[in-house]
Design a protein around this ligand. Structure first.
Ligand code: AMP
Length: 302
């Protein structure tokens, strides 16, 4: 079933101990869409500038991502530069040039308005809500990501949007920041009162934890000898997670658990190479093979 994503489409400059790239396709919506396209048809809502070329577009088109909702505006595409040191969990943002993203006002093409699955990547919560208001039918599932910037500056708007969200996908710091509660399980109870009934806490190299009002489920990050570039791991996790759920059709406790595994698997592929490089060639067969390894990695007898 169709999965709609709204979020940033960017050019990134990335430096890690393994090398650097001066300009590569990035943005939360790009990572998400490429990851999810392994499972289900994806519709993308975003904005790019005049410098966004055919070859950039082709990276997304080759994975059959629907770009009718990708607006082209006068000006330059959102640009972000980041650096990682030996500890890849820490990242320094060197440059954020919003460019055409500053005036972004998402518009859903008519053909997108019936999307049953929606992922609201990290953008202004008011814009996230406007996407939901444009939907013609009540979506089957809405998941949302956000960041400290919106938690600090627009808490009331974020709360309003959360009322219409079933799954919140954020990291541990953001969970603590939204709720003012240090303990993650107690924090989850606060989140449940805000609207979402499922909290997925992304914990980088420590994997991810799902707190559902009926159960807890945890997945590790797949152990890799070399992580080349962690950029986009969280958005790829979200893409694998939502892509799998949209393809599964029904949302059950078991499909939510499998979605956690597929999210972690796809995220682990992304970090093997720079930018979206690994996602360009990733296949469902490779994903299934690693998911099997995952199952062996975590199974034990009592
Ligand atoms: P992640 O590593 O999953 O946090 O996502 C990295 C991606 O987020 C990069 O490709 C950036 O282009 C994009 N990004 C960085 N800052 C922002 C921002 N303020 N709003 C939206 N997207 C951003």
């Amino acid at each position: 079933m169709s999965l709609l994503v709204v979020g940033s489409v960017a050019f990134d400059a990335i430096e890690t101990p393994h090398g650097s790239v001066p300009r590569t396709l990035g943005g939360a919506a790009s990572y998400f869409a490429l990851a999810a396209s392994n499972f289900t048809p994806v519709r993308l809502v975003g904005v790019v500038g005049e410098d966004f070329g055919k070859q950039d577009e082709q990276i997304l088109r080759r994975r059959r991502i629907d770009l009718e909702g990708l607006e082209r505006a006068h000006g330059k595409t959102f640009f972000w530069a980041g650096r990682y040191n030996q500890n890849m969990n820490e990242r320094t943002t060197l440059v954020t040039e919003l460019n055409v993203f500053a005036e972004f006002n998402p518009k859903l093409p008519e053909s997108y308005r019936d999307s049953p699955y929606i992922f609201l990547a990290n953008i202004d919560p008011t814009l996230q809500r406007s996407v939901l208001q444009q939907a013609r039918r009540k979506p089957k599932l809405v998941a949302l990501d956000t960041m400290n910037y919106w938690i600090e500056r627009t808490p009331a708007e974020l709360r309003e949007t959360l009322k219409h969200t079933q799954i919140l996908m954020i990291n541990d710091d953001e969970t603590r920041q939204i709720t003012g509660e240090h303990n993650l399980l107690r924090a989850a109870k606060h989140i449940f009162k805000m609207g979402p009934k499922t909290l997925v806490i992304k914990r980088g190299e420590h994997g991810a934890l799902m707190v559902h009002n009926r159960f807890l489920f945890s997945v590790p990050a797949f152990p890799l000898e070399e992580v080349h570039d962690p950029t986009g791991a969280g958005d790829s996790f979200a893409g694998g997670f939502m892509g799998y759920l949209a393809s599964a059709g029904s949302i059950t406790d078991e499909s939510l658990k499998r979605a956690m595994v597929y999210g972690s698997v796809v995220g682990s592929f992304t970090v093997e190479r720079f930018g979206v490089d690994r996602l360009k060639t990733l296949t469902r067969r490779e994903i299934e093979a690693r998911a099997k390894l995952f199952s062996r990695l975590t199974a034990f007898k009592l």
